[in-house]
Design a protein around this ligand. Sequence first.
Ligand SMILES: NC(=O)c1ccc[n+]([C@@H]2O[C@H](COP(=O)([O-])OP(=O)(O)OC[C@H]3O[C@@H](n4cnc5c(N)ncnc54)[C@H](OP(=O)(O)O)[C@@H]3O)[C@@H](O)[C@H]2O)c1
Length: 362
Amino acid sequence: MKNQEVLLVNKSKFSDCVIQQRPIGTLNEGEILLQVDKFALTSNNITYAVVGHQIGYWNFFPAEGDMGIIPVWGFATVVETQHAEIEVGQRYYGYYPMAAHLKVVPVKNSEHGFIDGVEHRRALPPVYNFYTRTTQDSLYSLETENLLCLLRPLFLTSFLIDDFFADNDFFDSQQIILTSASSKTALALAHLMHHRKKEGKSKVQLVGLTSPRNKKFVEASGYYDKVLVYADYEQLDASLNSSIVEFAGNHQLQYQLQTHLTTSLKHNCLVGIVHWEAMRGEEKLPQKGTFFFAPTFAQEKQKLWGRAAFNSKMEGAWRQFIGDASDWLNVQELQGAERLKAVYLTMLAGDFDAKDGYVFSF
Ligand SMILES: NC(=O)c1ccc[n+]([C@@H]2O[C@H](COP(=O)([O-])OP(=O)(O)OC[C@H]3O[C@@H](n4cnc5c(N)ncnc54)[C@H](OP(=O)(O)O)[C@@H]3O)[C@@H](O)[C@H]2O)c1
């Protein structure tokens, strides 16, 4: 039986990780084997581990005992098939393990893709179980594969947050404060909101909060009206109606922002937890905030607009964004499980350059 390399992570101690050889297994009737060609690793994947138990991210690609497999977004090619309609060589964008292969049970197969119908994934959000066929994907092009791995799920989130704020008249905000303003998801949102302003569709000031080492990078994006380092949060104008879009998930920062802005805080949108080691704290927060879960909003909007209209709106915005993103994003293509493990550990510690985007192949 053939083996494959997999990066296993301890579900309670994320710095404890190991590359393991695991059997691929043989195919049953109706199954296919995908070879993972490439995938991206960003802090979003670290967050999958941080909230793995609450949201179920450990359940996509189960492992034994205390160890788990973090999901990643990427491309894979069918290398073996026992499915009547799916042939060797077909390629799919979707959710993969940090591994060389994935065995799936395609159901509801069409020219657009299929759903992995394997039992243990059935209760998980459908957005994560769908595999998009590259030949029918309006966002796909060979030249933008790395950007699709790195930015597509993050951009989709930001596209939905921007739409959510517009639907709610920006919660009457005069300024929107984005924490971890250097993260790709925050930059995508700032890009969309900046363009809305340029088109005269909003007057909201965009403020980015970031760490000292990323300040210049965030300013250079040109998306924010003002960029402050975390320690300078008191420079935020507390007399303006404000919203926070929270990517840092830093308890102390939340406390500082809430107690500084007090009643001018109109909406506190909780999206990410990149400062995962600082997510808990002693101070009682005046308000909890509202969690924004992209898969739920995606499902709602697809239903409301229809799939075709949703895709076409997203496509226009995506093309504009990736045109811009290539100015600030430094894509690094890396090979092998050992490099993956090393980058994973530096990303976990937050010890990487915000401009870098890592794409791996085994
Ligand atoms: N709710 C949803 O549906 C949804 C969907 C997509 C993404 N998200 C979340 O959005 C967040 C951003 O993800 P991303 O992939 O865009 O991030 P990314 O580009 O990898 O973010 C990099 C930035 O995050 C901060 N950072 C990362 N690790 C850190 C650490 N260990 N300690 C301190 N700071 C750290 C730094 O920013 P600063 O110096 O600026 O703080 C760093 O420049 C994630 O938490 C992700 O899960 C949520």
